[in-house]
Ligand binder design. Structure first.
Ligand code: GTP
Ligand code: MG
Length: 197
């Protein structure tokens, strides 16, 4: 898929105030600082569409971007960010879950995990919650450029083996680097496939 246009539409704290749900929608979620906003910029070929930062907790709202005038890409706040108060974290989690559970046009969630780390309990718990809620998701490994090819292969294999200890099947997975634009074509192709199906 070619990205011809990418346009910021709205930022919200409430799913009810999101734009009318008349287009298929694809949202990016994951721990704070995992690289959600950076990957959105890589995928849309826009350096500054979604705001990124070295400091975790940058994205605090539900951000809608309209792509090619026919689908939405959504940048969400990260979960599991320890530096904010417990109340604030709960508030964020509620906002994200309300959006994910209630947004009818949400076609698929891209759940980002840092390929450098072993499977993290907070990510696994989030995946299990999505499965319980029957929200379809793909797993996107980020920051592959920070690893050697051998580390990429080993960590990817280890993650799959870990999930298969308790899961019967694996979701679609992508290895990406926003820095090197790795995985961009594959993610866009999978979005196109879902739009067409
Ligand atoms: P929150 O909005 O705070 O939840 O974070 P986020 O998940 O949107 O992360 P963001 O895209 O802001 O990136 C966090 C940091 O990681 C920034 O310093 C990025 O430059 C860096 N980063 C993101 N993706 C990559 C990548 O693929 N490779 C490398 N080397 N750095 C990356
Ligand atoms: Mg962000």
């Amino acid at each position: 898929m070619q990205v011809i246009s990418a346009q910021f539409i709205t930022s919200n704290t409430d799913y009810l105030k999101c734009p009318p749900d008349k287009y298929p929608e694809f949202a990016f979620i994951g721990r704070s600082n995992v690289g959600k906003s950076s990957l959105i910029n890589s995928i849309t070929f826009h350096k500054k569409l979604a705001k990124t930062s070295q400091t975790p907790g940058k994205t605090q709202l539900i951000n809608h971007f309209l792509i090619n005038d026919n689908w939405y890409l959504v940048d969400l706040p990260g979960y599991g960010y320890a530096q904010v108060s417990k109340e604030k974290r709960k508030e964020f989690e509620k906002m994200i879950l309300d959006y994910l559970i209630n947004r009818k046009s949400l076609t698929c969630l891209f759940l980002l995990v840092d390929l450098r780390l072993k499977p993290q309990p907070v990510d696994i718990a989030f995946m299990e919650r999505m499965a319980e809620e029957q929200i379809p998701f793909y797993i996107v490994f980020t920051k592959a450029d920070k690893l050697s090819q051998k580390q990429v292969d080993d960590n990817f294999k280890h993650y799959q083996e870990f999930l298969l200890q308790s899961w019967e099947a694996l979701p679609k997975m992508f290895i990406t680097s926003a820095e090197k634009h790795q995985g961009r074509e594959e993610i866009l192709a999978s979005i196109q496939e879902l739009i067409d199906s």
